[in-house]
Design a binder for this molecule. Structure first.
Ligand code: 5GP
Ligand code: ZN
Length: 118
């Protein structure tokens, strides 16, 4: 996907604050952080969202989760972090290149979602 913003970031065509890179994976800080530490892990392969994930992506997506803790620790998140994957319109996805958000900081990040009043 030549016009995808996260493909361009992963290829180094758009600058980013890089956290990690290998042959398959790129991680970089969110431009508009929602926590003191907020970065995203993306596959270099363009997968639009979890809706488009298929069994051929199993190893790649597994690697992203397996590396998350190590990358979080590298950013000082030694006591835990929040992991978010937004999918589609209902999930509030803005960028249609699958990405795993990692959020944390010195204080707990708060409730997962606001519960609506009954
Ligand atoms: P989504 O809502 O799709 O799960 O999250 C997309 C995220 O990408 C947002 O948190 C947004 O701040 C971030 N973002 C959008 N454009 C850029 C960009 O050009 N650079 C970086 N580093 N983050 C971006
Ligand atoms: Zn892409």
């Amino acid at each position: 996907m030549s016009d995808c913003i996260f493909c361009k970031i992963a290829r180094g065509e758009i600058p980013s604050k890089k956290v990690y890179e290998d042959e398959e994976i790129f991680a970089f800080h969110d431009i508009n952080p929602a926590a003191p530490v907020h970065f995203m892990i993306v596959p270099k392969l363009h997968i639009a969202s979890l809706m488009e994930a298929d069994p051929s992506h199993q190893m790649l997506l597994g690697r992203i989760l397996v590396i998350a803790g190590e990358l979080a620790r590298s950013q000082g998140l030694n006591e835990g972090f929040r992991t978010i994957i937004n999918t589609g319109r209902i999930g509030g996805q803005e960028v249609y290149h699958l990405h795993v958000h990692i959020l944390g900081g010195p204080e707990p990040v708060g409730p997962m979602l606001q519960r609506k009043a009954p």
